[in-house]
Design a protein around this ligand. Structure first.
Ligand SMILES: *[C@@H]1O[C@H](CO)[C@@H](O)[C@H](O)[C@H]1NC(C)=O
Ligand SMILES: *[C@@H]1O[C@H](CO)[C@@H](O)[C@H](O)[C@H]1NC(C)=O
Ligand SMILES: *[C@@H]1O[C@H](CO)[C@@H](O)[C@H](O)[C@H]1NC(C)=O
Ligand SMILES: *[C@@H]1O[C@H](CO)[C@@H](O)[C@H](O)[C@H]1NC(C)=O
Ligand SMILES: *[C@@H]1O[C@H](CO)[C@@H](O)[C@H](O)[C@H]1NC(C)=O
Length: 481
């Protein structure tokens, strides 16, 4: 021992002990400091994490539900857009009610809404610039000409995340719905979130309330994930569609709960001569684990604007409650385009007007210049493994005379009829296809192939590229003094 303590090692040991004590003190003090100044810190999952962070309050944001934050959002995003080529930036919106006009997103950017953060869309119409109509539509849907910009808008972007801990975006749509019903709007109503001409988009873990019209509208975009979104609007509110992928490639919609006044998901690709000319399809779309309540519309609608074409749609694990129809195809003479290779499996439906509905005479043209020879092609529509109860009519399938909807396949579907069901459960015209293991007995245009063919209708086994997109574990910590 003696030798040990008098050896040069002794001083070394003392130095180490001292060093440990000092390190311990420093880290203790550090912890105390952090306790005093870190207001919040959390993790979230996203397609990319960011090197730079800021809070809306850094830019003068006031979350009292009355003060306008239009300038705060504009300043924040302008400032943070500078980091696009330097690791990107995230903007944090803390608990509070943040009134704001429309604002634009930027590339390599994350908008994060905390659990009790509510964005309130301004009802001051001067805060809504009017932008050009979508080229694939030729005009606004409510009125000719331009349209009010969407509440959260982005165009020509890459790598954008709008997410949160189930924070809320409230469109305060009642004002717009009233104006729409009174026919007072000069331009088309805004959507809640619209991303145009963009790549790599994530919209997740948010609640969207009372959109003026459509809720989520990715258009002319690719590689889009919409996950964990709750959408709520009154069931009588006009055109409050849930999620509308429109001329998009590689889209994944999952784990969403939607109750609204229009289709829960509506797949689109442009309108008549404008959509045909623009020629941009929606393809490679996955929809899974969707719960839908829409008494006046469909769980998934394909169309009616489908003039750029819709191809390779895969939907599974769907629940419909008190909804007008399950899957619906809507089109018309003059639309052109196609709806091809649609696969739906695993759907539970309760209290429905129609389980399946196809409409070839939807009408609704942008103007009278549509081409009466532009006939849509509807082909390769596969439905399987479904159970429904309390249904008024199993199916109403109406193709177009001289342009039948073909290669329809329906298998392993049991539809329980409502007490006051229609006398004839299936009506079919201008359609062709096959069925197996379907009750009640389908129409003669879809002949039964026998119970041994119950596994008949195809569902692709290979994954789409969007399913290989990996999430990262990101974090945010606020460090205020
Ligand atoms: C957002 O961008 C659009 C056009 O891309 C523009 O008209 C609008 O003024 C911008 N909004 C804001 C708040 O900067
Ligand atoms: C956005 O991208 C589209 C399609 O690539 C292009 O036509 C348009 O000019 C771009 N707009 C801007 C503002 O860069
Ligand atoms: C998010 O909030 C909505 C509205 O309050 C609620 O219905 C939903 O269950 C919440 N989702 C999660 C995952 O907590
Ligand atoms: C959404 O929230 C759930 C539950 O908190 C979480 O497991 C998931 O990773 C989140 N996803 C995204 C994409 O934000
Ligand atoms: C039929 O559909 C049910 C779900 O409704 C599923 O559990 C079952 O495996 C399916 N049967 C076949 C043969 O695919």
């Amino acid at each position: 021992m003696e030798l040990f303590w008098t050896s040069p090692m002794r001083t070394q040991v003392i130095e180490i002990v001292l060093a440990l004590v000092v390190v311990g003190l420093v880290s203790l003090r550090g912890a105390e400091c952090r306790k005093g100044r870190i207001l919040d810190s959390f993790d979230y999952t996203a397609i990319s994490c960011r090197a730079h962070s800021a809070s809306l309050t850094d830019f003068g944001g006031v979350g009292d539900g009355k003060t306008s934050n239009t300038k705060a959002f504009k300043d924040a995003i302008n400032q943070l857009s500078q980091y696009g080529s330097d690791g990107g930036a995230q903007l944090f919106v803390p608990a509070g009610k943040w009134l704001t006009g429309s604002f634009n997103l930027t590339s390599h950017f994350t908008l994060y809404l905390q659990k009790d953060a509510v964005l309130l869309a301004s009802q001051d119409i001067t805060e809504w610039p009017v932008i050009d109509p979508l080229p694939s539509y030729g005009r606004g849907r409510d009125a000719k000409g331009g349209r009010y910009i969407s509440f959260i808008f982005g165009t020509n972007l890459t790598d954008v995340v709008v997410t949160g801990d189930n924070g809320t975006i409230d469109g305060q749509g009642a004002f717009w719905w009233q104006q729409f019903h009174k026919g007072k709007l000069k331009f088309t109503r805004p959507y809640l979130i619209e991303i145009m001409h963009s790549d790599k988009i994530q919209i997740s873990n948010l609640t969207l309330l009372n959109s003026p019209a459509w809720n989520v509208h990715p258009v002319y975009s690719s590689n889009i994930i919409v996950q964990g979104i709750t959408i709520i609007a009154p069931i009588t509110s006009p055109n409050t569609d849930g999620i509308n992928p429109d001329s998009c490639t590689n889209t994944r919609i999952e784990d969403c709960y939607i109750i609204s006044g229009d289709d829960c998901v509506a797949v689109k690709s442009g309108w008549d001569e404008y959509g045909i000319k623009f020629g941009m399809p929606t393809k490679q779309l996955v929809i899974r684990r969707l719960t839908c309540i829409s008494p006046y519309s469909a769980v998934i609608a394909l169309g009616s604007e489908m003039s750029g074409g819709i191809q390779d749609v895969r939907a599974e694990d769907l629940v419909a409650l008190n909804t007008e129809s399950g899957v619906r195809i809507k089109t018309a003479v003059g639309r052109g385009g196609y709806v091809k290779d649609v696969y739906v499996r695993g759907m539970t439906m309760k209290t429905m007007k129609w389980a399946f509905w196809m409409t070839g005479n939807y009408g609704s043209h942008p103007d009278n210049n549509y081409d009466p020879n532009a006939l849509p092609i509807i082909q390769g529509i596969n439905y399987r493994d479904m159970v429904a109860e309390d249904v008024k009519m199993a199916a109403r399938l109406e193709g177009i005379a001289g342009d039948p909807f073909t290669e329809i396949c329906i298998s392993n579907v049991t539809i329980g009829m409502a007490a006051k069901a229609k006398k004839v459960p299936w009506t079919c015209s201008d359609v062709a296809g096959i069925t197996s293991g379907v009750t009640p007995r389908p129409c003669d245009l879809l002949p039964d192939q026998g119970p041994e063919k119950v596994g008949l209708c195809n569902f692709p086994t290979e994954a789409l590229p969007i399913d290989n997109l990996q999430f990262q574990q990101c974090s945010y910590s606020m460090s205020y003094y």
